[in-house]
Design a protein around this ligand. Structure first.
Ligand code: NAD
Ligand code: TYD
Length: 361
């Protein structure tokens, strides 16, 4: 039995990963450590609460005593580290929690991993024991003619979020170089799919478009992101855990780079098709250009050659198919959505981020 400590497993990607990995691997036990911040939701895993190979602990990754206890009690052989503050806009309005969790939290987790694997000599022969989930945003913004991000692109983060993730990546790498802790890192692009918290572009657009609310598009809407369906990402992480090389980084992307406005328009068209009986159609009429995000990165693009060549991974789900699946999922899970959308802290966030934003056109 492999014993994997997942941090942040009640968030969007972590919960998808836990479900994915338990379904595919009978010999895996998951210990999920999550602080249940505003973004953490136990409902994301309500379908596996009775699963014997799954145990949940509410707690902070900065709680070293708890992490130490879990590593020992469960004989953990792998840590998959998702826990983070993840929303760029929140990092602009309040960076401190990003420093606490993304930098200090990662440091504390690394220290406990080092103590467990190296000082207590748990298992020196494993290929990867600490897998760190990071982001393409650490590389900063590409100009129109720049080459896509690769594993060799220098770091140039723009936001407090991406700066904190960059710092955590450097720490993870330093623990490999200095202490020989077997680590791997994936830097992936924008994920989308089921269970994404509705503050990010895709779920926010789906929800607002359903309710006939304005669809806020920052700046001119021509910023370019690479979009990765979350299940493709989970498969990439699984492969890196199985076959990745300690000390290595892998770029993971969806092989598509549409401007934001195209994403918003596509969601409108899908909803017009699936829910045509509405006074809001065509939903593109709800699009509202609003004041841009400060320091907004213009373009991201991913060169996935390394993971393709070395591990045989490539995305399987096209953007069109993934968007359709995602919109359908949200339509089929309106209770999940309402439980979040009616929370005062969520409404408070929307007011804070959008009410003061001037209209752009
Ligand atoms: P999320 O915001 O949906 O979930 C984060 C989870 O971490 C929540 O369950 C939260 O409760 C938990 N958490 C936060 N602080 C914690 C702490 N101090 N201790 C324990 N748990 C804590 O995030 P996500 O979108 O699932 O992202 C997961 C990881 O993937 C993050 O590291 C993020 O930087 C990275 N990433 C995300 C994307 C994306 O598009 N979502 C893209 C690239 C990289
Ligand atoms: P987001 O989903 O917040 O992810 P990230 O900032 O990590 O890329 O945003 C994706 C893109 O969409 C980004 O360029 C900002 C833009 N955006 C909007 O135009 N309007 C919005 O309301 C939000 C939340 C994002």
């Amino acid at each position: 039995m492999k014993n994997i400590l997942v941090t942040g497993g009640c968030g969007f990607i972590g919960s998808n990963f836990i479900r994915f990995i338990l379904q595919k691997n009978a010999g895996i036990r998951i210990i999920n450590l999550d602080a249940l911040t505003y973004a953490g939701n136990r409902e994301n895993l309500s379908d596996i609460q009775g699963e014997k190979r799954y145990t949940f602990f509410q707690g902070d990754i900065n709680n070293t005593a708890l992490v130490r206890k879990l590593l020992k009690e469960f004989g953990v052989d792998t840590i998959v580290h998702f826990a983070a503050e993840t929303h760029v806009d929140r990092s602009i309005l309040g960076p401190e929690s990003f420093i606490q969790t993304n930098i200090l939290g990662t440091y504390h987790l690394l220290e406990e991993a080092r103590r467990w694997w190296i000082e207590e000599g748990f298992d020196r022969n494993i290929k990867t024991c600490f897998h760190h989930i990071s982001t393409d945003e650490v590389f900063g913004s590409l100009g129109p003619d720049d080459k896509a991000f690769s594993e060799n692109t220098p770091y140039a983060p723009s936001s407090p979020y991406s700066a904190s993730k960059a710092a955590s990546d450097h720490l993870v790498r330093a623990y490999f170089q200095t202490y020989g802790l077997p680590v791997t890192i994936t830097n992936c692009s924008n994920n989308y799919g089921p269970f994404q918290f509705p503050e990010k572009l895709i779920p926010l657009t789906i929800l607002n478009a359903l309710k006939g609310k304005a669809l806020p598009v920052y700046g001119d809407g021509k910023q370019v992101r690479d979009w990765l369906y979350v299940e493709d990402h989970c498969r990439a992480i699984e492969l890196v855990l199985q076959e990745g090389t300690a000390g290595e980084t892998y770029i993971v992307g969806g092989n598509n780079q549409p401007p934001n406005i195209n994403i918003v328009q596509s969601i409108c068209r899908i909803l017009d098709c699936l829910r045509p009986d509405s006074s809001f159609t065509p939903r593109t009429s709800l699009i509202q250009y609003v004041e841009d995000r400060p320091g907004h990165d213009r373009r991201y693009a991913m060169d996935i050659t390394k993971i393709q060549r070395e591990l045989g991974w490539q995305p399987a789900i096209s953007l069109d198919a993934g968007l359709l699946q995602t919109v359908k999922w949200y339509l089929e899970h309106l209770d999940w959505v309402d439980n979040i959308a009616t929370r005062p802290d969520y409404q408070g966030w929307l007011a804070k981020n959008y009410n003061q934003r001037g209209k752009n056109r």
